[in-house]
Design a protein around this ligand. Sequence first.
Ligand code: PXP
Length: 241
Amino acid sequence: MKHKIRLGVNIDHVATLRQVRGGTTPYPNLVDAVKASVKGGAEQITIHLREDRRHIQLEDLKVLSKVCPVPLNLEMAATAQMVKFAKKYRPDWVCFVPEKRAELTTEGGLDVKKGFKKMAPMVEKLGRIGIEISMFIEPSIEQVEASYEIGADAVELHTGKWVLLTGAKKEKEWKRLVDAAVWANYLGLNVHAGHGLDYHHSKLINKLPFLQEVNIGHSLICYALEDGLQESVRKMRKILK
Ligand code: PXP
């Protein structure tokens, strides 16, 4: 029987809405978002503490590392300061991601091969204290092999390009995802995937061989608005006599 794919819910954009008002509002509450996600079936919570702190804040990491009832996956850039935070707050997983200040979202995978020397001691340090490590990479054999050599536990395959492509190019990118997943599994790496997954593409990603985990954020928060706006307007209408 095929195993069940673990669902990691990325709550960054709940924090984005909070930070739009500079964090001055008591809503939306991240801990409530975690509770709702877990009630809905989330088996992991994912947060990305970005250098520019545009959504998740250090305080969120501090709180969630204490109260999150399911494994916490911290996405972070490979910097000495972030490693320090990970060592202090001990998430269950660290997912290394590339980070550029001006980007709208994570644009492309890590170059593990190029950053090998810098990242290897970080992977080793965090692994030694029991944190599992995944590398967010393009679906390329070269990057899968570098992730294996660096000692990661998993690769998270970047699905963002595949989601946006159409026709023959989409087919080609899917094949790259399949080849990378098969090779990662052969090397003993866990296969994770994420970025840009909506209902439609999540149905398709079910077919990716050896897939163990997906991390989904933006679409879920958008669907929550679509599904929930009617109810919140109804509540407000009732309050206004
Ligand atoms: N996985 C990684 C490594 C990411 O950087 C992101 C975006 O923060 C996601 C998954 C989730 O992507 P999305 O918000 O498009 O679902």
